[in-house]
Ligand binder design. Sequence first.
Ligand code: DX5
Ligand code: ZN
Length: 226
Amino acid sequence: MSFRIAPSILSADFARLGEEVRAVQAAGADLIHFDVMDNHYVPNLTVGPLVCEAIRPHVTIPIDVHLMVEPVDALIPMFAKAGANIITFHPEASRHVDRTLSLIREHGCKAGLVFNPATPLEYMDYVMGKLDIVLMMSVNPGFGGQSFIEAVLPKISAVKKKIDAHVSAGGQPIWLEVDGGVKVDNIRRVAEAGADTFVAGSAVFGARDADGGYKTVFEKFRRALA
Ligand code: DX5
Ligand code: ZN
């Protein structure tokens, strides 16, 4: 089983963002998780396509854009043009979920749905064929550094079951990513619940000044997953 670790730039030093994404890539990151917040869908405001375009030349790994915005569709062509490789959105923030997924794929990106801890999984049932990724939130979206919500573990397993059933029926592979409060001491349990891709914001960027820097965190994550 191969696992992917996706540092969230939310906890990076924004004044040195290019340097920061290069450093986490060198330390072993598999994706750059790019959190987009609009002060409408979530009570916080972050960055848009301009900043995605600015970091694109600094890394070769995929940029995983997590849209916490409402409405969704107008931003998709802009992020595709800015160099996004994966675009995920919250289904309740789009009026036409199937259409939004198609729009992302038509723009050459991998497409995914994001579920908050309380969002019903039924949203994925009739669009399985258009999903490349499912992102399960293990905190309420809006801020980095929150605690992992334990009640989400069985929900991760429920998503994994749906994905496995889809794949055994001949469907395409779908990544299962988990976002929020993922740390060295709980990543193994998250993997055991069925996740293969892990977002880590404060756990990675919090190690900025630690001995060994970012490299040590990735080593600890990989050891916990081995
Ligand atoms: C929260 C964001 C997360 C967040 C994760 O709304 O979607 O990606 O940055 O940060 P940590 O790992 O600190 O919980
Ligand atoms: Zn995120």
